[in-house]
Design a protein around this ligand. Structure first.
Ligand SMILES: Cc1ncc(COP(=O)(O)O)c(C=O)c1O
Length: 419
Protein backbone atom coordinates (compact mmCIF):
# COMPACT_ATOMS: atom_id res chain seq x y z
CA UNK A 1 0.00 0.00 0.00
CA UNK A 2 1.29 3.46 -0.86
CA UNK A 3 0.89 5.82 2.08
CA UNK A 4 1.17 9.58 2.48
CA UNK A 5 3.50 11.19 5.03
CA UNK A 6 0.46 11.45 7.35
CA UNK A 7 -0.44 7.79 6.76
CA UNK A 8 3.10 6.60 7.43
CA UNK A 9 3.62 8.82 10.46
CA UNK A 10 0.45 7.75 12.25
CA UNK A 11 0.32 4.07 11.34
CA UNK A 12 3.73 2.95 12.59
CA UNK A 13 4.17 1.12 15.91
CA UNK A 14 2.93 3.30 18.75
CA UNK A 15 3.08 3.10 22.56
CA UNK A 16 -0.46 4.42 23.00
CA UNK A 17 -1.94 1.89 20.56
CA UNK A 18 -0.20 -0.99 22.39
CA UNK A 19 -1.44 0.43 25.69
CA UNK A 20 -5.05 0.65 24.50
CA UNK A 21 -4.83 -2.89 23.06
CA UNK A 22 -3.70 -4.19 26.46
CA UNK A 23 -6.43 -2.18 28.15
CA UNK A 24 -9.13 -3.50 25.81
CA UNK A 25 -7.84 -7.03 26.30
CA UNK A 26 -7.83 -6.77 30.10
CA UNK A 27 -11.18 -5.02 30.42
CA UNK A 28 -13.23 -6.58 27.63
CA UNK A 29 -11.67 -9.92 26.66
CA UNK A 30 -9.61 -11.39 29.47
CA UNK A 31 -10.84 -10.01 32.80
CA UNK A 32 -8.74 -12.52 34.79
CA UNK A 33 -5.59 -10.50 34.10
CA UNK A 34 -4.52 -8.38 37.08
CA UNK A 35 -4.73 -5.02 35.40
CA UNK A 36 -2.32 -2.46 36.80
CA UNK A 37 -1.68 -0.89 33.38
CA UNK A 38 -3.76 1.65 31.44
CA UNK A 39 -5.59 4.82 32.31
CA UNK A 40 -9.18 3.61 32.63
CA UNK A 41 -10.81 5.34 35.59
CA UNK A 42 -12.14 3.34 38.53
CA UNK A 43 -15.72 2.19 38.70
CA UNK A 44 -17.30 4.35 41.40
CA UNK A 45 -20.86 3.10 42.09
CA UNK A 46 -22.03 6.31 43.83
CA UNK A 47 -21.11 8.27 40.70
CA UNK A 48 -22.66 5.73 38.32
CA UNK A 49 -25.92 5.95 40.32
CA UNK A 50 -26.05 9.72 39.84
CA UNK A 51 -25.51 9.33 36.09
CA UNK A 52 -28.13 6.56 35.87
CA UNK A 53 -30.71 8.88 37.46
CA UNK A 54 -29.83 11.68 35.00
CA UNK A 55 -30.18 9.28 32.04
CA UNK A 56 -33.59 8.11 33.25
CA UNK A 57 -34.76 11.73 33.52
CA UNK A 58 -33.50 12.47 30.01
CA UNK A 59 -35.16 9.36 28.57
CA UNK A 60 -38.49 10.48 30.04
CA UNK A 61 -38.35 13.99 28.54
CA UNK A 62 -38.83 13.94 24.75
CA UNK A 63 -37.18 17.34 24.19
CA UNK A 64 -34.06 16.39 26.16
CA UNK A 65 -33.93 12.97 24.51
CA UNK A 66 -34.16 14.53 21.07
CA UNK A 67 -31.32 16.91 21.95
CA UNK A 68 -29.23 13.95 23.03
CA UNK A 69 -29.74 11.61 20.09
CA UNK A 70 -31.26 13.60 17.26
CA UNK A 71 -29.20 16.80 16.85
CA UNK A 72 -25.75 17.94 15.74
CA UNK A 73 -23.98 20.45 17.99
CA UNK A 74 -22.75 23.70 16.48
CA UNK A 75 -18.98 23.98 15.81
CA UNK A 76 -18.01 25.44 19.19
CA UNK A 77 -20.09 22.79 21.00
CA UNK A 78 -23.34 22.82 22.99
CA UNK A 79 -24.29 26.48 23.67
CA UNK A 80 -26.14 25.44 26.80
CA UNK A 81 -23.10 23.67 28.27
CA UNK A 82 -20.77 26.50 27.30
CA UNK A 83 -23.03 29.03 29.07
CA UNK A 84 -22.98 26.84 32.21
CA UNK A 85 -19.19 26.47 31.97
CA UNK A 86 -18.73 30.25 31.68
CA UNK A 87 -20.72 30.69 34.91
CA UNK A 88 -18.78 27.89 36.64
CA UNK A 89 -15.32 29.08 35.56
CA UNK A 90 -16.12 32.69 36.52
CA UNK A 91 -17.76 31.94 39.86
CA UNK A 92 -15.80 28.90 41.09
CA UNK A 93 -12.38 29.43 39.47
CA UNK A 94 -12.36 33.22 39.10
CA UNK A 95 -11.40 32.96 35.39
CA UNK A 96 -12.42 36.03 33.33
CA UNK A 97 -13.88 33.94 30.49
CA UNK A 98 -16.74 34.38 28.04
CA UNK A 99 -18.23 31.78 25.73
CA UNK A 100 -15.60 32.80 23.15
CA UNK A 101 -12.90 31.25 25.33
CA UNK A 102 -14.39 27.74 25.37
CA UNK A 103 -14.66 24.92 22.83
CA UNK A 104 -15.72 21.30 23.16
CA UNK A 105 -14.07 18.27 21.57
CA UNK A 106 -14.58 14.54 21.21
CA UNK A 107 -12.25 13.64 24.08
CA UNK A 108 -9.14 15.51 25.15
CA UNK A 109 -6.93 13.12 23.14
CA UNK A 110 -8.41 14.41 19.89
CA UNK A 111 -8.28 17.98 21.24
CA UNK A 112 -4.52 17.49 21.71
CA UNK A 113 -4.14 16.08 18.22
CA UNK A 114 -5.55 19.32 16.86
CA UNK A 115 -3.72 21.63 19.25
CA UNK A 116 -0.28 20.03 18.90
CA UNK A 117 -0.46 19.96 15.10
CA UNK A 118 -2.06 23.38 14.89
CA UNK A 119 1.06 24.91 16.47
CA UNK A 120 4.01 22.69 15.53
CA UNK A 121 5.60 21.58 12.28
CA UNK A 122 8.95 21.68 10.47
CA UNK A 123 8.85 25.47 10.13
CA UNK A 124 6.77 26.63 13.13
CA UNK A 125 8.88 24.67 15.64
CA UNK A 126 8.43 21.81 18.07
CA UNK A 127 6.25 21.10 21.08
CA UNK A 128 8.39 21.41 24.18
CA UNK A 129 7.53 19.04 27.04
CA UNK A 130 9.23 20.76 29.98
CA UNK A 131 9.21 17.88 32.41
CA UNK A 132 9.80 14.26 31.50
CA UNK A 133 8.34 11.69 32.10
CA UNK A 134 5.08 12.79 30.46
CA UNK A 135 1.85 11.30 29.07
CA UNK A 136 2.85 8.89 26.28
CA UNK A 137 -0.39 9.67 24.42
CA UNK A 138 1.20 12.91 23.14
CA UNK A 139 4.30 11.25 21.76
CA UNK A 140 2.88 9.81 18.53
CA UNK A 141 0.41 12.58 17.73
CA UNK A 142 2.60 14.58 15.36
CA UNK A 143 1.75 14.49 11.68
CA UNK A 144 5.46 15.15 11.16
CA UNK A 145 8.35 13.15 12.61
CA UNK A 146 10.00 14.39 15.82
CA UNK A 147 7.34 16.84 16.90
CA UNK A 148 8.54 16.68 20.51
CA UNK A 149 11.50 18.14 22.32
CA UNK A 150 11.69 17.44 26.04
CA UNK A 151 13.59 18.36 29.19
CA UNK A 152 14.82 16.23 32.05
CA UNK A 153 13.47 17.18 35.47
CA UNK A 154 15.40 17.80 38.67
CA UNK A 155 14.96 14.81 40.96
CA UNK A 156 14.58 15.73 44.62
CA UNK A 157 14.76 13.02 47.28
CA UNK A 158 12.15 13.75 49.95
CA UNK A 159 13.31 10.83 52.12
CA UNK A 160 15.11 7.56 51.43
CA UNK A 161 12.05 6.07 49.69
CA UNK A 162 10.19 9.09 48.23
CA UNK A 163 11.24 11.39 45.39
CA UNK A 164 9.71 14.25 43.42
CA UNK A 165 10.32 15.66 39.95
CA UNK A 166 10.76 19.42 39.70
CA UNK A 167 10.98 21.75 36.74
CA UNK A 168 14.47 22.64 35.56
CA UNK A 169 13.47 26.04 34.22
CA UNK A 170 17.01 26.80 32.98
CA UNK A 171 16.91 23.65 30.85
CA UNK A 172 13.48 24.64 29.50
CA UNK A 173 14.66 28.17 28.70
CA UNK A 174 17.61 26.74 26.79
CA UNK A 175 15.31 25.02 24.27
CA UNK A 176 14.90 27.06 21.07
CA UNK A 177 12.42 26.78 18.25
CA UNK A 178 9.43 26.11 20.49
CA UNK A 179 5.94 26.25 18.93
CA UNK A 180 4.17 25.59 22.25
CA UNK A 181 4.82 24.10 25.69
CA UNK A 182 2.74 21.20 26.98
CA UNK A 183 2.50 19.66 30.43
CA UNK A 184 -0.01 17.54 32.35
CA UNK A 185 -1.02 18.54 35.90
CA UNK A 186 -1.23 16.24 37.76
CA UNK A 187 1.24 14.43 35.58
CA UNK A 188 0.48 11.11 34.04
CA UNK A 189 2.53 8.92 34.79
CA UNK A 190 4.20 10.23 37.97
CA UNK A 191 1.27 11.75 39.89
CA UNK A 192 3.41 14.91 40.24
CA UNK A 193 1.69 18.25 40.78
CA UNK A 194 3.62 21.06 39.18
CA UNK A 195 3.84 23.84 41.80
CA UNK A 196 2.03 27.13 41.23
CA UNK A 197 5.28 29.01 40.63
CA UNK A 198 6.39 26.36 38.11
CA UNK A 199 3.18 26.80 36.08
CA UNK A 200 3.50 30.58 36.23
CA UNK A 201 7.14 30.40 35.13
CA UNK A 202 6.05 28.35 32.09
CA UNK A 203 3.23 30.81 31.31
CA UNK A 204 5.68 33.71 31.42
CA UNK A 205 8.16 31.83 29.25
CA UNK A 206 5.37 31.12 26.74
CA UNK A 207 4.54 34.85 26.75
CA UNK A 208 8.18 35.85 26.27
CA UNK A 209 8.41 33.46 23.29
CA UNK A 210 5.03 34.60 21.94
CA UNK A 211 3.61 31.13 22.15
CA UNK A 212 1.29 29.15 24.48
CA UNK A 213 1.32 26.71 27.35
CA UNK A 214 -1.02 23.73 26.99
CA UNK A 215 -1.97 22.64 30.50
CA UNK A 216 -3.56 19.20 30.51
CA UNK A 217 -5.80 18.93 33.57
CA UNK A 218 -7.42 15.62 32.58
CA UNK A 219 -7.11 14.42 36.20
CA UNK A 220 -6.92 17.79 37.89
CA UNK A 221 -8.72 21.01 38.64
CA UNK A 222 -11.33 22.35 38.33
CA UNK A 223 -12.76 18.90 37.58
CA UNK A 224 -12.49 15.92 38.16
CA UNK A 225 -10.16 17.20 40.93
CA UNK A 226 -8.14 14.04 41.59
CA UNK A 227 -5.54 16.04 43.50
CA UNK A 228 -4.79 15.25 47.13
CA UNK A 229 -3.76 18.66 48.47
CA UNK A 230 -5.39 22.01 47.82
CA UNK A 231 -4.14 23.58 44.58
CA UNK A 232 -4.80 26.60 42.43
CA UNK A 233 -6.23 26.51 38.94
CA UNK A 234 -4.96 29.24 36.63
CA UNK A 235 -5.92 31.83 34.10
CA UNK A 236 -3.22 33.46 31.98
CA UNK A 237 -3.35 35.16 28.60
CA UNK A 238 -1.04 32.50 27.09
CA UNK A 239 -2.57 29.50 28.83
CA UNK A 240 -4.71 26.87 27.11
CA UNK A 241 -6.30 24.57 29.67
CA UNK A 242 -7.58 21.22 28.44
CA UNK A 243 -10.14 19.32 30.53
CA UNK A 244 -11.85 15.98 30.08
CA UNK A 245 -14.84 14.10 31.46
CA UNK A 246 -12.99 10.78 31.22
CA UNK A 247 -11.37 10.66 34.64
CA UNK A 248 -14.57 11.87 36.28
CA UNK A 249 -15.83 8.42 35.29
CA UNK A 250 -17.17 9.13 31.79
CA UNK A 251 -14.48 7.96 29.32
CA UNK A 252 -17.22 6.44 27.16
CA UNK A 253 -18.72 9.87 26.45
CA UNK A 254 -15.46 11.05 24.76
CA UNK A 255 -15.76 14.65 25.91
CA UNK A 256 -12.94 17.18 26.09
CA UNK A 257 -13.06 20.90 26.87
CA UNK A 258 -10.56 23.51 25.69
CA UNK A 259 -10.34 26.87 27.49
CA UNK A 260 -8.04 29.53 26.12
CA UNK A 261 -7.54 32.78 24.21
CA UNK A 262 -10.31 33.64 21.73
CA UNK A 263 -8.11 33.44 18.63
CA UNK A 264 -6.88 29.96 19.58
CA UNK A 265 -10.43 28.77 20.30
CA UNK A 266 -11.64 30.10 16.92
CA UNK A 267 -8.99 28.20 15.01
CA UNK A 268 -9.52 25.12 17.12
CA UNK A 269 -13.28 25.08 16.35
CA UNK A 270 -12.64 25.48 12.65
CA UNK A 271 -10.26 22.50 12.57
CA UNK A 272 -12.41 20.36 14.88
CA UNK A 273 -15.45 20.89 12.65
CA UNK A 274 -13.51 19.90 9.54
CA UNK A 275 -12.21 16.77 11.27
CA UNK A 276 -15.26 15.73 13.32
CA UNK A 277 -18.22 17.71 11.92
CA UNK A 278 -19.66 17.93 15.43
CA UNK A 279 -19.03 16.71 18.96
CA UNK A 280 -20.98 13.92 20.61
CA UNK A 281 -23.91 15.02 22.78
CA UNK A 282 -23.88 12.63 25.72
CA UNK A 283 -21.04 14.17 27.74
CA UNK A 284 -22.26 17.75 27.18
CA UNK A 285 -25.85 16.86 28.16
CA UNK A 286 -24.69 15.11 31.36
CA UNK A 287 -22.22 17.83 32.31
CA UNK A 288 -24.87 20.51 31.74
CA UNK A 289 -27.13 18.69 34.20
CA UNK A 290 -24.34 18.33 36.79
CA UNK A 291 -23.49 22.04 36.52
CA UNK A 292 -27.09 23.27 36.57
CA UNK A 293 -27.88 21.26 39.69
CA UNK A 294 -24.71 22.55 41.38
CA UNK A 295 -23.66 18.96 42.20
CA UNK A 296 -20.31 18.91 40.40
CA UNK A 297 -17.95 20.30 43.10
CA UNK A 298 -19.43 17.98 45.70
CA UNK A 299 -19.13 14.95 43.37
CA UNK A 300 -15.49 15.79 42.63
CA UNK A 301 -14.48 16.23 46.24
CA UNK A 302 -16.59 13.76 48.16
CA UNK A 303 -17.14 10.95 45.67
CA UNK A 304 -14.36 10.94 43.06
CA UNK A 305 -11.34 12.35 44.91
CA UNK A 306 -12.33 10.60 48.16
CA UNK A 307 -12.46 7.27 46.32
CA UNK A 308 -9.03 7.68 44.74
CA UNK A 309 -7.46 8.96 47.96
CA UNK A 310 -8.56 5.81 49.81
CA UNK A 311 -7.22 3.67 46.93
CA UNK A 312 -3.93 5.58 46.91
CA UNK A 313 -3.46 5.17 50.64
CA UNK A 314 -4.12 1.43 50.34
CA UNK A 315 -1.69 1.05 47.42
CA UNK A 316 1.05 3.00 49.24
CA UNK A 317 0.64 0.90 52.35
CA UNK A 318 0.83 -2.29 50.22
CA UNK A 319 3.98 -1.06 48.47
CA UNK A 320 5.64 -0.30 51.80
CA UNK A 321 4.76 -3.74 53.08
CA UNK A 322 5.45 -5.90 50.02
CA UNK A 323 8.45 -4.02 48.60
CA UNK A 324 10.24 -3.46 51.95
CA UNK A 325 13.19 -5.65 50.93
CA UNK A 326 13.51 -4.15 47.42
CA UNK A 327 15.60 -1.14 46.33
CA UNK A 328 12.63 0.98 45.31
CA UNK A 329 11.75 4.66 45.41
CA UNK A 330 8.28 6.03 44.82
CA UNK A 331 7.25 9.38 43.40
CA UNK A 332 5.25 11.46 45.86
CA UNK A 333 1.66 10.55 44.86
CA UNK A 334 0.06 14.00 44.64
CA UNK A 335 -2.71 13.41 42.12
CA UNK A 336 -4.13 11.26 39.27
CA UNK A 337 -4.45 7.55 40.03
CA UNK A 338 -1.00 6.11 39.49
CA UNK A 339 1.98 5.16 41.53
CA UNK A 340 5.32 5.65 39.85
CA UNK A 341 8.11 3.43 41.09
CA UNK A 342 11.81 3.81 40.45
CA UNK A 343 14.14 0.80 40.76
CA UNK A 344 17.65 2.19 40.58
CA UNK A 345 20.07 -0.10 38.71
CA UNK A 346 17.27 -2.42 37.59
CA UNK A 347 19.20 -5.17 35.75
CA UNK A 348 16.67 -5.48 32.86
CA UNK A 349 14.61 -2.93 30.94
CA UNK A 350 11.11 -2.18 32.23
CA UNK A 351 9.81 -3.49 28.88
CA UNK A 352 11.44 -6.87 29.73
CA UNK A 353 9.94 -6.62 33.23
CA UNK A 354 6.54 -5.99 31.65
CA UNK A 355 6.89 -9.17 29.56
CA UNK A 356 7.82 -11.23 32.63
CA UNK A 357 4.83 -9.90 34.54
CA UNK A 358 2.47 -10.41 31.62
CA UNK A 359 3.51 -14.09 31.67
CA UNK A 360 2.35 -14.09 35.32
CA UNK A 361 -1.00 -12.46 34.28
CA UNK A 362 -0.13 -9.02 35.70
CA UNK A 363 -0.21 -6.00 33.38
CA UNK A 364 1.91 -2.97 34.27
CA UNK A 365 3.04 0.06 32.26
CA UNK A 366 6.76 -0.03 31.47
CA UNK A 367 8.17 3.44 32.08
CA UNK A 368 10.36 3.72 28.95
CA UNK A 369 7.49 4.99 26.79
CA UNK A 370 6.89 8.02 29.01
CA UNK A 371 10.36 9.43 28.25
CA UNK A 372 10.15 10.80 24.70
CA UNK A 373 11.62 13.76 22.86
CA UNK A 374 14.83 13.61 24.94
CA UNK A 375 18.30 13.94 23.52
CA UNK A 376 20.68 11.28 24.83
CA UNK A 377 17.85 9.40 26.53
CA UNK A 378 19.91 6.20 26.42
CA UNK A 379 22.53 7.74 28.67
CA UNK A 380 19.93 8.40 31.36
CA UNK A 381 19.45 5.13 33.26
CA UNK A 382 16.43 6.53 35.12
CA UNK A 383 14.38 6.36 31.89
CA UNK A 384 14.70 2.54 31.93
CA UNK A 385 14.15 2.06 35.65
CA UNK A 386 10.56 3.21 36.31
CA UNK A 387 7.14 1.60 36.09
CA UNK A 388 3.61 2.98 36.39
CA UNK A 389 0.87 1.15 38.27
CA UNK A 390 -2.76 2.20 38.41
CA UNK A 391 -4.69 1.87 41.66
CA UNK A 392 -8.13 1.95 40.02
CA UNK A 393 -8.87 -1.73 40.44
CA UNK A 394 -10.37 -3.34 43.53
CA UNK A 395 -8.08 -3.61 46.57
CA UNK A 396 -7.90 -7.40 46.15
CA UNK A 397 -6.44 -6.91 42.64
CA UNK A 398 -3.96 -4.28 43.85
CA UNK A 399 -2.84 -6.52 46.71
CA UNK A 400 -2.42 -9.67 44.58
CA UNK A 401 -0.68 -7.80 41.76
CA UNK A 402 1.78 -6.05 44.08
CA UNK A 403 2.67 -9.40 45.68
CA UNK A 404 3.49 -10.90 42.25
CA UNK A 405 5.39 -7.77 41.14
CA UNK A 406 7.48 -7.94 44.34
CA UNK A 407 8.26 -11.64 43.71
CA UNK A 408 9.31 -11.04 40.10
CA UNK A 409 11.44 -8.04 41.06
CA UNK A 410 13.19 -10.01 43.76
CA UNK A 411 14.05 -12.66 41.16
CA UNK A 412 15.27 -9.99 38.74
CA UNK A 413 17.49 -8.30 41.31
CA UNK A 414 18.86 -11.69 42.46
CA UNK A 415 19.63 -13.00 38.97
CA UNK A 416 20.86 -9.64 37.60
CA UNK A 417 21.41 -9.57 33.82
CA UNK A 418 20.62 -13.29 33.62
CA UNK A 419 17.02 -12.75 34.80
C1 LIG B 1 -2.79 13.11 30.82
C2 LIG B 1 -3.86 12.67 29.89
N1 LIG B 1 -4.32 13.55 28.99
C3 LIG B 1 -5.28 13.22 28.12
C4 LIG B 1 -5.81 11.94 28.09
C5 LIG B 1 -6.86 11.62 27.07
O1 LIG B 1 -8.11 11.46 27.69
P1 LIG B 1 -9.51 11.53 26.92
O2 LIG B 1 -9.24 11.55 25.44
O3 LIG B 1 -10.24 10.33 27.37
O4 LIG B 1 -10.16 12.83 27.35
C6 LIG B 1 -5.36 10.98 29.00
C7 LIG B 1 -5.91 9.61 28.98
O5 LIG B 1 -5.49 8.72 29.67
C8 LIG B 1 -4.36 11.36 29.93
O6 LIG B 1 -3.87 10.49 30.82
Amino acid sequence: MKLSQFGKQLSTDSGIVNLMEDLGDAINVNPNLLFMGGGNPARVPAFENIIAAKLRTIANQPELLHKLIGTYQSPRGSEELIAELVKFFREVCGWPVSEKNIALANGSQSAFFILLNMFADETAGKICFPLMPEYLGYSDQGTIANLAVACKPKITLLDDKVFKYQLDIDAVEAVDNVAAYCVSRPTNPSGNMLAEDEVLALCELAKKRNTHLLLDCAYGNPFPGVVYDAVESFWHEKLITVLSLSKLGLPGTRTGIVVGPEDVIDKFCQINTIVSLANGNLGPVLLTELLKSGELPNICEHIICAHYKAQRDFALQQVQEKFAHLPYKIHQAEGAFFIWLWFENLPISTQALYEKLKARAVLIMPGEHFFFGLENKDEWGHSRECIRLTYCQGQDVVEQALAIIAEVLEEVFTLGNNA
